[in-house]
Ligand binder design. Structure first.
Ligand SMILES: [Ca+2]
Ligand SMILES: [Ca+2]
Ligand SMILES: [Ca+2]
Length: 404
């Protein structure tokens, strides 16, 4: 509390400097809107929103070696730390007429209840149609969307996560942890498990491989309401900008009509005109139904007759190895996607928040994130093995569990 006098003094000066005019009966107290001291648990985000305006802003953090380092250049600051300790912050309002400087102390303490390194909550589960939809997790008659979100959570929360499927292109799940995942500079921050098999080296020789890449998006709870209704950012992966990479790709799937008549094709496709899709690139096609998965592919708990997803599309990654549809190779991309490399490849299943980009692909700086979304990001069907769909099983915060 040793700074309180200083800060109150500065605030009073600020009130005068801003020339508060609205109040007839005495000087108006203009508050900075930032306290002199905060106490927060580690891995919880403190959002500072000063009330004063200037031409520009700088937030600085006092490093252990006594240097002030810039950690923000917006008026608002999101502050989050992994390590307990006392942190000194300086806020500068850069303004030709009224330059001002404030300091505040943030005391970071340990959490009351030990954090869970794994997913603690699923907020959204909205798969696109797919051969494992209504199966993992299992839809039972009468289940609502809330029921399916709960079931998805029962699958992927915790250390013993089991697979859920996101269906075809665009299908997604949104989850979070019981704390903010801090973006540690120069390090991957969280890891996600899928069910990819075969790596680049042995893919052709053995099974053909099954990489079903899903893009990762991240979001911070900027409005502080605990819900994933804030701005989303993609993590840039290896395919960014390559041929076939498409931002703003939009696809609409249509539920088969009750009187729909199947169009069998060959020995394994029981309906080649099963689920019609159209996209905003002028293309259309069908997701076929295979003999191996005969349940409804359209999410049964969704009332709407159409489902639309808009997201970044990655290039297709499938090759018909023999040219006759007998062996499909779904090659992995180099890095940056879920369900792309086998789970034992720690590096390629780990993600760095510093790879976040905005809707135009411009890098953004995020000190930490509260929500993660994964979606199926290729739009392709491969004969008897069906549509390509990303699966995820669990995720963990690598700063709480460096070697899961
Ligand atoms: Ca990082
Ligand atoms: Ca929010
Ligand atoms: Ca998969």
């Amino acid at each position: 509390m040793k700074n309180s006098h200083l800060l109150f003094g500065v605030a009073a000066v600020a009130a005068v400097a801003l020339g508060a005019t609205s109040c007839a009966d005495g000087p108006q107290i203009v508050s900075l809107g930032v306290d002199d001291t905060y106490v927060i648990p580690r891995m919880q985000t403190l959002r500072l929103a000063p009330a004063l305006e200037g031409a520009a802003y700088r937030w600085l953090l006092l490093t252990p070696d006594g240097e002030w380092t810039v950690i923000g250049q917006s008026r608002d600051l999101a502050f989050v730390e992994i390590e307990e300790g006392e942190y000194q912050l300086k806020f500068e309002i850069v303004d030709a007429d009224n330059p001002m400087t404030f300091t505040t102390t943030v005391i970071v303490v340990s959490e009351d209840i030990e954090y869970d390194p794994y997913i603690s909550r699923v907020y959204e589960y909205r798969p696109a149609p797919g051969q494992f939809v209504n199966m993992i997790p299992l839809y039972e008659e009468g289940d609502t969307e809330a029921d399916m979100i709960r079931k998805a959570g029962e699958s992927i929360c915790g250390a013993d996560g089991s697979i859920i499927s996101l269906g075809g292109f665009g299908g997604y799940v949104t989850f979070g942890f019981d704390h903010t995942v801090v973006n540690v500079a120069g390090q991957a921050d969280f890891r996600i498990w899928g069910n990819a098999f075969a790596d680049a080296a042995d893919a052709v020789a053995s099974s053909g491989g099954s990489a079903e890449p899903g893009v990762v998006m991240v979001s911070a709870d900027t409005n502080g309401n605990g819900l994933p209704d804030d701005e989303w950012y993609e993590l840039r992966g290896s395919e960014d900008g390559k041929p076939g990479f498409l931002r703003g790709y939009s696809i609409t799937y249509r539920r088969p009509a009750p009187d729909h008549i199947a169009t069998p094709s060959g020995s394994s496709i029981i309906d080649s005109t099963y689920i019609l899709w159209t996209d905003n690139a002028g293309q259309s096609g069908y997701m076929p139904q295979t003999t191996f998965h005969r349940q409804s592919y359209y999410p049964e708990w969704i009332d709407a007759e159409e489902l639309t997803f808009t997201a970044t599309r990655l290039p297709s990654n499938a090759t018909d190895v023999n040219g006759d549809g007998t062996l499909w190779r779904l090659r992995p991309f180099e890095y940056g996607y879920v369900d792309n490399y086998p789970n034992d490849d720690a590096a390629r299943n780990s993600f760095d928040i510093s790879d976040a980009v905005d809707a135009e692909g411009v890098p953004v700086s995020l000190p930490g994130i509260d929500f993660v979304r994964v979606y199926t990001s290729v739009n392709q069907c491969c004969g008897w093995i069906g549509e390509t769909s990303t699966e995820i099983a669990r995720a963990c915060d690598l700063h709480l569990l460096p070697t899961p």
